[in-house]
Design a protein around this ligand. Structure first.
Ligand code: GCU
Length: 340
């Protein structure tokens, strides 16, 4: 009788314990974050830092689990999952956002930014913020930008020193109108391939080259199957962190504030890491035997000018945005000159 009683007490305790655990668990929200980048990439490190900050701020109630290396799909798929609320967050290149929010094309234009400082200024400005928040119309709310430096061509067999070298070359591009137009304008044949499939596409000769920033070329190991890296720095397309609007609307204002703060802190952290790891990546790429080429950028910039003309007539609204960016840079440049 005594042991039966003890048995019931144990059953009751286990039952109560389970209730407590499940109550505790339901208090904890784990947000899935999808990214195409590898675990050691500076942007992935920054997102892990954000996860740590958020856990601290929310006392463990809000957590982020980062799924790197395209585990949850390529960037387009991740954005679609985000729109329906199947995943809570994703980090993509602004190029991948163009087909959801076409206004992003303005910052993806080749040679639109005069230098790094101008780019940071534009992204921090009203224009940059309106791209992030304006995406809510498409069920995705931009939280912050991560710096992604500048993109340049790399190739497997033939060096690219001037635009005419691209003739007849199949160049992998992101899923982006601007990237396709840019490569065509330069004389190459644009071939969209998801980032996760690019290593084997280069290895098997499906494409003759691609373009990216040094950390992405290095951490994806694609430099192992490339011979030349031509630093023409044609675009400076940032990465963007999005949260699903469905999830955002379920959070209270305190939780929203924690998430925004953690994202902002991670963006600052990433800027420092980026500079360090870009240097390291270039050094490693060079030491692996890849030939680094410093072409005359002005030849490439001149070739893509017709893209600006085309937007003027075909997409006047977008052209206004592009002009606003250029104007902003000119204004801040002349303000700087005035103060000299
Ligand atoms: C960069 C960017 C990625 C993107 C990749 C690409 O590395 O950070 O988000 O997937 O370019 O070229 O696809």
């Amino acid at each position: 009788m005594k042991s039966t009683k003890r048995f019931y007490v144990v059953v009751l305790l286990v039952f109560l314990g389970q209730i407590l655990i499940s109550c505790g668990k339901s208090n904890v929200r784990v947000i899935k974050l999808a990214s195409a980048l590898s675990p050691s990439h500076p942007v992935t490190k920054a997102m892990k830092y954000m996860a740590k900050q958020l856990k601290k701020k929310s006392d463990g109630k809000l957590q982020i689990k980062v799924y790197p290396s395209g585990q949850l799909g390529d960037e387009r798929e991740a954005l679609e999952l985000l729109q329906i609320g199947s995943i809570g967050m994703t980090k993509v290149s602004a190029a991948a956002v163009e087909s959801f929010n076409p206004n992003f094309k303005a910052i993806d234009m080749p040679y639109i930014f005069k230098n790094d400082q101008q780019r940071f200024r534009v992204l921090r400005s009203k224009i940059g913020k309106s791209l992030l928040l304006g995406s809510q119309k498409y069920w995705m709310r931009g939280l912050c930008y991560y710096d992604a430096g500048s993109r340049s061509f790399y190739s497997t067999n033939k060096p690219i020193r001037k635009p005419s070298d691209l003739k007849g070359m199949k160049i992998r591009v992101q899923n982006s109108d601007i990237a396709v137009q840019m490569v065509q304008q330069l004389g190459g044949s644009a071939t969209p391939v998801p980032f996760g499939e690019l290593y084997s596409a280069l290895q098997q000769g499906v494409v003759d080259g691609a373009e990216n920033n040094p950390p992405s070329l290095y951490f994806s190991r694609q430099y192992e199957v490339s011979k030349y890296y031509s630093l023409d720095k044609h675009t400076s397309i940032p990465d963007v962190l999005f949260i699903s609007t469905i999830l955002w609307n379920q959070l209270n204002s305190q939780q929203q504030k924690w998430i925004q703060e953690a994202a902002d802190e991670s963006a600052k952290y990433e800027r420092k890491l980026w500079a360090q790891l870009t240097k390291k990546s270039l050094k490693e790429i060079k030491e692996s035997g890849v030939k680094i080429i410093h072409p005359d950028k002005s030849l490439f910039a001149k070739k893509v000018q017709p893209m600006y003309e085309r937007y003027k007539t075909e997409h006047p609204d977008l052209y206004k945005k592009i002009q606003a960016i250029i104007q902003m840079q000119n204004d801040s440049l002349s303000a700087k000159n005035d103060s000299l």
